[in-house]
Design a protein. Structure first.
Length: 91
């Protein structure tokens, strides 16, 4: 039989698991939304002759930095979740 302290620890580990998984998944969804909204602006800039030469370079830079940022957040959250998982994988 588990003690009250062990049940409390398991509860907090469960909360941490839900939070880290949610942050990792949320970062992926936010990345897709962010890039989609940014593409709308970059598509307009690409249609304007004066801004066309720079729009593609700026779009590529923006997208690479955005992906790096969102994926870093997701990786840190996933890593934190794995660190909090007991070695046997059971709670």
């Amino acid at each position: 039989m588990k003690t009250e302290n062990e049940h409390g620890r398991e509860w907090w580990l469960g909360v941490a698991d839900v939070l880290t998984h949610g942050i990792a998944q949320g970062a992926g969804k936010l990345e897709r939304v962010h890039l989609s909204i940014a593409d709308e602006t970059f598509n307009v800039l690409h249609r304007i002759p004066v801004t066309r030469p720079w729009s593609q370079a700026v779009r590529l830079t923006h997208h690479k930095l955005s992906k790096l940022s969102y994926r870093s957040v997701a990786a840190v959250a996933s890593g934190a979740g794995q660190l909090l998982t007991p070695p046997d994988g059971h709670r």
